[in-house]
Design a protein around this ligand. Structure first.
Ligand code: BG6
Length: 512
């Protein structure tokens, strides 16, 4: 449904944003200042926030409203997409921001928070619509949910009002813990109140994938095993382990950190059947079907289809960078994988026999996330096809940072000889639209305020993704500890061994 946005003449939105209160639990953490408050500030500047709202930061440290506002002003200056021109401009927004001190696992402190919210809502004439953002480390998810239940904060008090929670990743650390967490949360909240965030789904170009596939008629007929040879999904990062990141990462590894969520989401959007509509459940039903069509791997299948790696010392952009094992907070003999490449099959009618190759890695030569659809060779070759063998028709959907879509095809070089050369048709998001995209968190926060869960993951989706990744982790736990780590140099494209996954395909891993 689209309606006129009451806040902006001529601008339509899917649903109006109703007045509400946003409570950020863990408000003194990194995420609040870097992402959440800047996103809310930008939404407010662009006229997308409700006509009336309050934002309440909740955390352990004692702080006054003014102190919290000052911290958030500094955060806006540093991290906001649109920087405030001065304090006055920011104050229009910051005057809606408040602070409440409390322990994250104390029902009494949540009762006091409830009383604070009641007061604020009364003063500001707000209804009891409340959005709780769990910007905390995962060990607090359960205590917070129980404290909210005990303090009567989990359900709306009046007819027509809503209470929603947003949960950050990691959502569990394997299938068992994810199921357990889902069970505990759904004992207190209905599924429709729960918004599990995967910030990749908030990225413009990820959403554009849906538009590309389902708002055009020319690609869909080609989108199957009949014409597609294989699919490559890459999430390459330059970063290593900045700050205290290693503490979390060394216990997690790249498979659980980004494959279980971001990379498998990209695979789902690439492989899913057209949904009946864009509503949350139609979309999520189709994504879950894709995950269900991926088999749980046995230990032998993991050995054959998964390659893990860890970076040693190397150089990136001309600067020496240390080995993973020498990074801050990493065990000196760690075998945690900083790179993984996986070959899957999606076992359904559309994708029978089409390999899906996924790879994700830290300290690769450049930051790039891309989905490449590699097409089969023509059924009957009439040209000297040397070049085409190396560069088959490929549709590359660049998610970031150079957002766009390109199609590679063969063209005849000018001249008397019949020599073919691969050329590209290129669409660039930035130059075609020329406007800054909202940050993923802007989109996702607004969607949650208006009650649209289509870009959030449902319980069954999270569990299916964990089923796939947990099998890999369990196989590694059963196999002897790798003795070849580190097995790729920082600044290279990962371990040589990953090439075995593409050896029977018409092209190897793409060089991005
Ligand atoms: C996070 C992972 O979810 O995504 C990080 O925990 C990773 O390890 C990050 O660096 C990448 O996000 P983006 O938006 O920079 O691609």
């Amino acid at each position: 449904m689209t309606v006129q946005n009451p806040l902006r003449e001529g601008q339509t939105i899917r649903r109006p944003a109703e007045p509400c209160t946003l409570v950020v639990l863990g408000a003194t953490g990194d995420l609040t200042g870097r992402k959440l408050l800047p996103a809310l500030y930008n939404l407010s500047r662009d006229g997308h926030m409700p006509s009336r709202f309050a934002i309440v930061g909740f955390a352990r440290r004692p702080k006054s409203d003014d102190e919290f506002r000052n911290d958030m002003f500094d955060a806006l200056k540093e991290f906001s997409r649109a920087k405030p021109e001065g304090r006055e401009q920011a104050d229009a927004f910051l005057s809606n921001v408040f602070y409440h001190q409390g322990q994250l696992d104390s029902p009494d402190d949540f009762r006091a928070l409830g009383a604070h919210l009641d007061r604020l809502e009364k003063e500001k004439g707000l209804p009891g619509n409340r959005l709780f953002y769990l910007a905390v480390s995962p060990e607090y998810f359960e205590p917070i949910v129980s404290a909210m239940r005990d303090a009567n904060l989990a359900k709306p008090r009046n007819e027509g009002e809503w209470v929603r929670i947003i949960i950050e990743k990691p959502f569990g650390e394997d299938l068992k813990t994810a199921k357990e967490l889902n069970r505990k949360i759904t004992a207190v909240f209905n599924e429709s109140q729960i918004y599990r965030i995967d910030h990749y789904l908030g990225k413009e170009t990820v959403q554009n994938l849906l538009a590309f596939r389902f708002a055009n008629s020319i690609f869909e007929p080609l989108w199957s095993s009949r014409y597609i040879d294989h699919v490559q999904i890459t999430m390459a990062e330059e970063v290593g382990m900045p700050g205290r990141r290693g503490q979390y990462f060394d216990k997690t590894g790249i498979t659980r950190d980004v494959v279980q969520n971001h990379v498998l989401q990209l695979l789902c959007l690439t492989a899913m059947e057209p949904p009946a509509s864009l509503d949350a459940d139609s979309l999520r039903d189709e994504k879950v079907r894709v995950l269900r069509a991926i088999r749980t791997m046995t230990v032998d299948e993991v050995k054959a289809n998964v390659v893990r790696g860890q970076y040693g010392a190397g150089s990136l952009r001309g600067e020496a960078v240390p080995a993973y094992r020498s990074e801050n907070q990493i065990e000196p003999d760690s075998v945690t994988e900083t790179y993984v490449a996986i070959r899957f099959n999606v076992r359904n009618w559309r994708w029978a026999g089409v390999p899906f190759l996924l790879r994700a890695g830290k300290r690769l030569p450049k930051r790039a996330t891309e989905i490449a659809i590699v097409f089969k060779r023509p059924a009957h070759e009439i040209f000297d096809v040397d070049h085409e063998f190396k560069r088959p028709n490929t549709l590359a959907l660049r998610i970031q940072p150079d957002e766009g879509i390109s199609m590679t095809f063969a063209a005849k070089q000018p001249g008397l000889a019949t020599t073919l050369q691969p050329v590209q048709m290129d669409f660039r998001y930035g130059s075609s639209f020329g406007q800054a995209s909202p940050e993923a968190y802007e989109r996702l926060l607004l969607d949650c305020i208006i009650g649209d869960g289509s870009l959030f993951t449902r319980a069954d989706e999270v569990e299916e993704a964990w089923r796939i990744c947990t099998a890999i982790q369990q196989a590694w736990d059963q196999l002897p500890k790798p003795t070849d780590m580190p097995n790729y140099e920082a600044g290279s494209w990962g371990p040589k061994e990953a090439d075995k996954l593409t050896s029977d395909l018409i092209t190897g891993w793409r060089r991005l």
